[in-house]
Design a protein around this ligand. Structure first.
Ligand code: SF4
Length: 332
């Protein structure tokens, strides 16, 4: 691991053993994140984005889930090999997570004060008075008005946007080095979404926290991330700097995702572009490239052998169109 690497995921495989067969949710993911970096993970539902986030924090329910291969390096330690007790020092303290639905993440029968205090009591040596002051300061940081009042309220008394701010306040309470934000804006309306993105960006600039942003919303990625990992059927199919990805996507799936983004300049009668077909069944994946049944560029080799990530013009892409082993590849 280089000095500047905060987290390195290597060849991660996570699966779920169900009555219907083995769901191969994550199939050999590798990536690194540096301090202060924001990486976006994008892709359709069921492509392994959230499972990757949960795997990093060892939150995969077992059974039926199981991490079958790989390593997750953090401070020279493989998180998949550390004892259970050590996780208590990492989760919420060094790595924290913001979940998609704050209503199901916050405890409905506890006040916001109790839920915020818990994490500070566990991870810090602060006195009760200091913890109360810290809770107020955290609510101020996430721009909640009347923080003293809010601390005495229950989650159902707050709006969706306020609950998400509370989740962010809890996530940053112990100054983590990495925040995994899993669809943090999905359940919010567009105006509140923009406020949340602004807030996360602001927190990152002030604290140099790295963020792994899991989303299906390319606009959110464009507004926040420096790098993007495009996931398809449990694999990374493109790993690129944000500007390159939007200016010149390489993988046909990325091209499809970008074309499917609604634009203000589109004519009313112009139909919204879609990617034909549907994501593959993760129990019975297609042979070869898992995108081949939906790909307009598919060649003979695509249905036979799965492409691996190759470096093309400083980016990484898994597609036979660019693979040097394919004589019919596109010229670089
Ligand atoms: Fe399409 Fe073949 Fe590339 Fe897969 S490998 S995305 S099928 S061109």
């Amino acid at each position: 691991m280089t000095k500047q690497t905060l987290l390195r995921v290597e060849n991660l495989h996570t699966e779920f053993r169900t009555l219907f067969g083995v769901v191969k949710a994550v199939r050999g993911i590798s990536f690194e994140i540096s301090p202060g970096e924001t990486i976006g993970i994008v892709g359709e539902s069921g492509c392994g984005k959230s499972v990757t986030g949960l795997s990093i924090l060892n939150l995969i329910p077992n059974p039926p889930g199981l991490i079958t291969q790989g390593s997750i390096w953090w401070e020279k330690e493989d998180l998949l090999k550390i004892p259970r007790k050590q996780w208590l020092d990492i989760r919420g303290n060094k790595i924290s997570m913001i979940f998609q639905d704050p209503m199901s993440s916050l405890n409905p029968v506890l006040t916001i004060r109790t839920q915020m205090k818990e994490i500070l009591q566990y991870h810090t040596q602060k006195t009760a008075v200091e913890i109360e002051a810290e809770c107020i300061s955290l609510l101020n940081k996430v721009r909640i008005r009347k923080p003293k009042e809010v601390l005495s309220q229950y989650p159902h008394q707050l709006s969706g946007g306020m609950r998400q701010r509370i989740m962010i306040a809890i996530a940053i309470a112990c100054h983590p080095d990495l925040i995994i934000a899993d669809e943090p804006t999905t359940s919010l309306d567009v105006t509140v979404q923009a406020q949340m993105i602004d807030l996360l960006r602001d927190i990152q600039v002030r604290t140099n926290t790295a963020i792994l942003l899991i989303t299906h919303n390319l606009a959110v990625v464009a507004g926040m991330c420096q790098r993007v990992l495009v996931f398809y059927a449990g694999k990374i199919v493109e790993d690129s700097a944000i500007d390159d990805l939007f200016a010149h996507p390489l993988h046909p799936y990325t091209m499809g995702l970008l074309k499917a983004v609604p634009r203000l300049t589109s004519l009313d009668e112009e139909p919204l572009a879609t990617i034909p077909g549907s994501p593959p069944d993760l129990i019975a994946l297609p042979t070869g490239c898992t995108f081949h049944p939906r790909c307009q560029f598919a060649m003979q080799i695509c249905a036979i052998e799965e492409p691996t990530l190759q470096t093309v013009k400083g980016r990484k892409v898994a597609c036979w169109l660019y693979d040097p082993r394919n004589p019919g590849r596109l010229a670089e």
